[in-house]
Design a protein around this ligand. Structure first.
Ligand code: HEC
Ligand code: HEC
Length: 190
């Protein structure tokens, strides 16, 4: 009886201590996770400030000629092959005929190429390149990752007078002109 009692006490002590050890191990784990979460947060924050987003449009020849009918898309939203195709096809640009004087066309071609998705180091351009592989679509709205991000928006919403088409980035992305497309800065107009 006495021996059994002793054994019980021993077992109990052992369990409690073991439990204590486990507890500490878990506490340590939590602490560790907490720290790495914190680090991740910091990293995300700094990316937000340097090269997460496509470079802002800073070429007036481009804005004047290519921002006249629609939002002046950042060059980093398409690869250079796509921009070259678009410029080669200006006589039938999605049903519109566009005339550019040769000097303006040269400036625009150089600007688009130098800042295209395959020449840009921003995170969004890298994602775009990964998503299209070696294809050269003439539309941003045809890129798989674009379609994936916008798949939940219904046709009824897109057809609203205030939007019209998914090509109208700045209708919903309040910071589109700054090249910032984060979901925090989206406001779908009525
Ligand atoms: C005369 C008006 C007009 C001008 C000027 C114009 N575009 Fe467009 N563009 C359009 C129309 C119309 C569409 C099709 C929009 C739609 O489907 O909603 C379009 C679509 C586009 C798209 C595809 C957008 C998407 O759906 O992803 C790109 C890229 C584009 N234009 C680039 C350019 C470039 C580069 C220039 C300057 C050389 C330019 N545009 C000048 C009328 C114009
Ligand atoms: C009808 C409104 C609307 C239009 C027009 C639109 N977007 Fe969006 N976009 C959204 C919404 C809503 C989201 C957030 C989706 C989600 O829940 O992650 C989004 C997400 C995105 C994202 C992903 C952001 C992230 O943090 O993951 C990018 C990039 C983007 N849009 C770019 C564009 C570009 C470029 C255009 C124009 C060619 C465009 N969008 C046109 C509504 C729109």
């Amino acid at each position: 009886m006495n021996r059994i009692h002793k054994l019980l006490v021993f077992l109990l002590t052992f369990l409690l201590t073991a439990n204590g050890v486990f507890y500490t191990a878990f506490a340590d784990h939590d602490d560790h996770e907490e720290k790495s979460r914190h680090k991740k947060k910091e990293r995300k924050h700094s990316e937000h400030n340097d090269n997460r987003n496509p470079t802002i449009v800073n070429n007036s020849t481009y804005t004047e000629n290519c921002g006249a009918c629609h939002f002046a898309y950042q060059p980093g939203l398409l690869p250079s092959g796509s921009w070259a195709k678009i410029l080669a096809d200006l006589a039938d640009h999605f049903g519109e005929a566009i005339e550019l004087d040769p000097e303006a066309q040269k400036i625009i071609a150089e600007y688009l190429k130098a800042n295209a998705a395959d020449y840009s180091s921003t995170r969004l351009s890298a994602k775009i390149m990964k998503s299209i592989g070696n294809k050269t679509p003439q539309r941003i709205t045809e890129i798989p990752i674009f379609q994936q991000k916008h798949r939940e928006i219904s046709q009824d919403v897109i057809k609203r007078e205030s939007i019209g088409s998914l090509s109208n980035c700045s209708a919903c992305h309040t910071t589109a002109e700054k090249g910032i497309y984060d979901d925090d800065n989206v406001e779908i107009p009525k």
